[in-house]
Design a protein around this ligand. Structure first.
Ligand SMILES: CC/C=C\C/C=C\C/C=C\C/C=C\C/C=C\C/C=C\CCC(=O)SCCNC(=O)CCNC(=O)[C@H](O)C(C)(C)COP(=O)(O)OP(=O)(O)OC[C@H]1O[C@@H](n2cnc3c(N)ncnc32)[C@H](O)[C@@H]1OP(=O)(O)O
Ligand SMILES: CCCCCCCC/C=C\CCCCCCCC(=O)OC[C@@H](O)COP(=O)(O)O
Length: 375
């Protein structure tokens, strides 16, 4: 192990990274709250400001992935489509089996200049996660309860609001609705069998309603679906803890651009179209596992300096007062203040551990562990 790797794996480094993320994130959440009056005066301006503030948070996780851990993200796609990425609105359909898939997604958003405005259909539980969940309120992220009776209205309403969004955005959909586990796979294949659908080897059966409602509400606003398949080399299962301790992974993403006009409008036809898409995705996964490659050519989409600069600036901003506080704490010699500060740090580290836990598949929800009642 080299000196750099040894340093990155030290607990102190991870404590400092967590501190920077939490302290700067909460400060940015506060700034987002301060933009509330702007929403009434100039909605478009408020949205643009929030894109920049959101970027300040999400690009920290990109900096950790791209620059701290040095994880490489390779893009396979048609070079003719490349100039369109980031210059139009897109719906991204991504497989959901890795703990850091959202970080790789954000990294690609950054490479195409849409990180601040990136959107996702996300489970409501994540809205309560400090920093990222709170940031999402101001970025008009679409929350769902994964209960169609309630979601059909609220998701449509949230999607309608995006129709006049002032910046290009990508809207991410994990149509599988939950992360892949062997048990969830087995249950969803029982559902596939009952529906007379072909079995998938590497995906859960996609939930079609969210996709249909998204297409229906964003038609005319979004130009294309970006069918995306993510994998990691050497059969690795990357984790956020691995990234924080500086472990380098290699992600491969295959993207196909499908014009929105080619997707059927009716609910049943749209659902059948999505099932067929997932059968194709399953084929790409199989090819990747067998050959280590996707069908498309590799195009260059290098990591950018923006996230690193942003991260260093926020680190300087919040580490300096921490240093000053520690010096005054030690020189005060007050046992009570020192104990109170230690208790506060312990609480903050528990909070960060809990946040990391949200990304761990072993703590995944029970959603998809049984056949949904509407089937
Ligand atoms: C160039 C580069 C390109 C790309 C770069 C890549 C990415 C970058 C893009 C953007 C990044 C942006 C942000 C990323 C940041 C963070 C994101 C992190 C994580 C958040 C992810 C989540 O929270 S995922 C969970 C939430 N999302 C979803 O659930 C979406 C999918 N779900 C749906 O669409 C659902 O339909 C629903 C949620 C709208 C409603 O849920 P409900 O449970 O009520 O579902 P259904 O009504 O659909 O269920 C009933 C139907 O399902 C069948 N059924 C029953 N049991 C099962 C089962 N076990 N498995 C499968 N199917 C089942 C049942 O038969 C019913 O079928 P019908 O035919 O009647 O529909
Ligand atoms: C600079 C430090 C960088 C640290 C950056 C990240 C810290 C982590 C903080 C908060 C995590 C919240 C956002 C992550 C969301 C990812 C979780 C996820 O992928 O959700 C799973 C959801 O699809 C389905 O859930 P289930 O599988 O049904 O359960």
């Amino acid at each position: 192990m080299g000196l750099g790797e040894c340093l990155k794996s030290q607990v102190l480094c991870q404590v400092l990274i967590s501190y920077v993320f939490l302290a700067s994130g909460l400060l940015i959440n506060l700034l987002q709250l301060c933009t509330l009056p702007v929403w009434w005066l100039n909605k478009s301006l408020a949205r643009r400001i929030n894109c920049r503030l959101g970027y300040c948070i999400s690009s920290q996780s990109v900096a950790i992935l791209d620059w701290w851990s040095g994880t490489e993200c390779t893009l396979y796609t048609d070079p003719k489509m490349y100039p369109l990425y980031g210059n139009e609105n897109g719906i991204v359909v991504l497989n959901h089996q890795f703990e850091i898939d959202f970080m790789c997604g954000w990294s690609f958003c950054d490479r195409f200049g849409v990180l601040g405005s990136a959107k996702v259909l996300v489970k409501k539980e994540l809205a309560y996660v400090p920093v990222i969940g709170w940031m999402w309120y101001f970025l008009e992220i679409v929350f769902c309860k994964r209960k169609w009776e309630e979601d059909r209205i609220t998701v449509s309403q949230s999607l309608q609001k995006l129709r006049d969004y002032p910046e290009n955005f990508w809207f991410l959909l994990f149509c599988e609705g939950t992360r892949f586990t062997a048990k969830k796979h087995q249950i969803s294949m029982e559902v596939a069998e009952k529906k007379g659908l072909p079995k998938l080897k590497h995906h859960l059966l996609p939930r079609t309603k969210g996709f249909w409602v998204t297409i229906q509400n964003l038609r005319g606003t979004v130009a294309a679906v970006y069918d995306s398949t993510l994998n990691f080399r050497n059969n690795e299962s990357p984790s956020l803890s691995g990234i924080l301790s500086g472990k380098k992974y290699h992600a491969d993403l295959y993207v196909r651009r499908i014009p929105l006009e080619s997707i059927p409008e009716g609910e049943a036809e749209c659902a059948a179209w999505l099932h067929k898409l997932y059968q194709e995705k399953d084929g790409f996964q199989e090819q990747y596992i067998q050959t280590g490659r996707y069908p498309g050519p590799i195009v260059s989409a290098p990591r950018r300096l923006g996230p690193l600069i942003n991260w260093l600036c926020w680190s300087a901003l919040v580490l300096f007062p921490l240093g000053a506080f520690l010096v005054s704490l030690l020189s005060s010699g007050s046992t009570l203040t020192i104990l109170a500060s230690l208790a506060f740090c312990y609480g903050a580290s528990l909070l960060f551990r809990w946040m990391i836990g949200q990304t761990e598949i072993s703590r995944s929800s029970g959603y998809g562990n049984k056949v949904n009642s509407s089937s």
